[in-house]
Design a protein around this ligand. Structure first.
Ligand SMILES: Nc1ncnc2c1ncn2[C@@H]1O[C@H](COP(=O)(O)OP(=O)(O)O)[C@@H](O)[C@H]1O
Ligand SMILES: [Mg+2]
Length: 583
């Protein structure tokens, strides 16, 4: 049986090849056949290969032009020209297609093989056919068969042929980072849930979801961790994630406390770092961790006492020394006053309690073992998919904290002996919030970005992948997005965002990417090495009980409800005692 039953009598015949420019091929199409050509549709062009072989291409542009006037042409229409003359015009319709692969009847021992590569290019005058009905189904069937394997991640069906399952190569999808981009409400969170639902079936899956708004708290198969909020302080519960301040590296600590605009900032940094290092050393000496001491740096994730550091700063801040004419102010006198006030305020603020007011055990050397297991142990019940809820983290430290968690995961993975390393994927929802495109070098966001940039560049070697999810691709760091090799682009309405996404794609796909604003909800353009060809896919919705909860507040509907009473006194009191729990 031939691959395609197509001949120059077929109704799906488009026309002949008139120009070939590497991957772009121009087809001359009779006006009557033009309806068969639509952007995004697939076409087949027979090669001269004696074994049956077809080049597969995607329609990128459909254009109509008027040809040179030709008086002998009997199809030409008469139309009035300038100054009353009559000009004969002929309509020429051309369709530009982009080659995406080839199907060959025989390749080695295999029959009817689709491949992304092609050796032959079309001959001028070769016939070109639109792939429709039976032929399209046959091709999509080949494609699905080719892509279905143990590493296949089933995401949905092709829009072109809803009977054909759209698989992506799960290895390639995560190997070199992926991005999931689309306007608000286009279906990003649902797509994430569908991917998680597939991943959870794998016995050693290891996925960590950064959930900024508590949208994924309903997933039944996941383990849920929440960065402790003001109401949780004092509680110990394995679902609460405390991130003690001593996990912060020197830059992050500085971002937390030091105001660079102060004239004494330089001295503050210097003395602060000295004191932190000294305190870390004292703690390690007390438990005789000599091998750790010998490698100790300011950035080592080792407990220190912030109270000790503050006490030392206070002393220097008030120090007087003997001068020639009596006592005079010490070298740092008064330089740390504002720093100490800032530190005191942060340490006492319950919103930062997950760092400064955690249970006492978190000051122990072993505490990091527990945190690492909360974040990374996929063997515990429901731990293949871990959702970390950052919704209670104050906005001013959000990027530092998300960056910290990413860094911890990366570092633990880096230092895991290779034989017991299981790859981990980080799903970065709402990435524009902590991976911004523009950030000043001193801004706290810079710190988060550095952590993620390192993962983007080096994570592949150690099995750490990113799935960057955002509704504002134009606001997401270029360094991060340009490292992504696979893209799931859902509907995108904003021009700047469309331009950004197009800029990340090969030029040959420009026409294909023009579909971005017209995609349906839950429909995606998938491009990258994980798919056999750039495709428009209808993503399967996640199971009914495991759907992300939208964090969107419905103003109008809320306003439409009756019988509500304000609780303002309680709100004010909660504000004062920093707790939403009723007392
Ligand atoms: N694959 C899909 N199939 C059907 N409906 C979908 C799909 N994805 C999303 N939707 C609909 O769109 C809504 C918004 O989806 P969501 O994933 O929350 O969007 P986003 O995260 O992009 O803002 C969902 O509540 C659902 O009704
Ligand atoms: Mg969402």
């Amino acid at each position: 049986m031939p691959i395609f039953d197509l001949s120059d009598k077929s109704p799906s015949l488009l026309g002949r090849v008139v120009a070939v420019d590497t991957r772009r091929v121009t087809i001359n199409v009779e006006p009557a056949r033009l309806p068969h050509a639509r952007v995004g549709k697939l076409v087949a062009i027979r090669t001269a290969n004696p074994v049956e072989e077809w080049l597969i291409a995607m329609v990128d542009r459909v254009q109509r032009a008027l040809a040179e006037p030709d008086r002998r042409d009997k199809d030409a229409k008469e139309s009035p020209g300038p100054s009353g003359t009559t000009v004969l015009e002929r309509e020429i319709n051309s369709v530009v297609v982009v080659l995406v692969g080839s199907v060959c009847a025989r390749k080695g021992t295999k029959t009817n093989v689709f491949s992304r590569s092609f050796i032959d290019v079309p001959d001028i005058d070769a016939w070109c056919y639109a792939l429709e009905d039976k032929e399209l189904q046959r091709f999509m069937g080949l494609l699905s068969k080719e892509a279905a394997s143990t590493k296949a991640l089933d995401l949905g069906v092709y829009t072109l042929d809803p009977k054909a399952t759209a698989y992506v190569d799960g290895d390639k999808f995560f190997q070199r980072h992926a991005a999931l981009l689309g306007s608000t409400g286009s279906g990003k969170s649902w797509t994430v849930a569908t991917i998680l639902e597939r991943a959870k079936e794998l016995p050693s899956a290891n996925v960590v979801v950064f959930d900024l708004h508590g949208e994924y708290s309903s997933l039944s198969y996941a383990s849920h961790l929440r960065v402790a909020g003001p109401d949780d302080i004092g509680k110990t519960d394995s679902t609460l994630l405390y991130l003690p301040y001593w996990l912060l590296n020197s830059e992050e600590l500085q971002a937390m406390f030091i105001d660079r605009s102060e004239f004494s900032a330089h001295n503050q940094v210097m003395v602060f770092q000295d004191q932190v290092l000294a305190s870390k050393r004292r703690k390690l000496e007390a438990i005789k961790k000599n091998d750790v001491i010998s490698a100790l740096t300011i950035n080592a994730p080792v407990p220190f006492g912030i109270d000790e550091v503050m006490a030392a700063l206070k002393e220097l801040n008030e120090e007087k020394e003997q001068g020639e004419r009596g006592m005079k102010q010490g070298k740092f006198f008064g330089q740390f006053s504002r720093l100490l006030v800032r530190m005191g305020a942060k340490l006492g603020d319950k919103r930062y309690g997950f760092m400064f007011q955690g249970p006492p055990d978190l000051q122990k050397y072993e505490a990091l073992h527990g945190i690492a297991s909360q974040l990374m142990d996929w063997t515990e019940k429901n731990h293949r998919i871990k959702v970390i809820d950052f919704s209670e983290v104050p906005a001013d430290v959000l990027s530092v904290i998300v960056g910290l968690v990413a860094r911890l995961i990366y570092q633990v993975q880096f230092w895991t002996p290779q034989a017991s390393r299981v790859p981990v994927a980080l799903v970065c929802d709402e990435a524009h919030l902590y991976l911004p495109q523009r950030s000043e070098t001193d801004a706290p966001e810079r710190r988060a970005l550095e952590n993620f940039e390192r993962i983007a560049k080096e994570g592949r070697k150690y099995g750490v992948a990113l799935l960057v999810v955002s509704q504002r691709p134009s606001d997401v760091s270029d360094t991060i997005l340009s490292q992504c090799n696979n893209f799931l682009a859902l509907r995108l309405t904003n021009g700047a965002d469309q331009a950004k996404v197009k800029g990340l794609m090969p030029d040959s796909l420009e026409g294909f990417m023009d579909m971005l604003p017209v995609l349906d909800i839950g429909e995606a353009l998938i491009v990258g090495d994980a798919v056999l060809l750039p495709s428009r896919v209808r993503i399967t919705a996640p199971s009914e009980n495991d759907r992300p909860r939208s964090a969107t507040i419905e103003f109008w509907s809320e306003w439409a409800r009756t019988g509500r009473t304000p609780a303002l006194v309680q709100a004010v009191e909660n504000m004062r005692r920093q707790s939403r729990r009723s007392s």
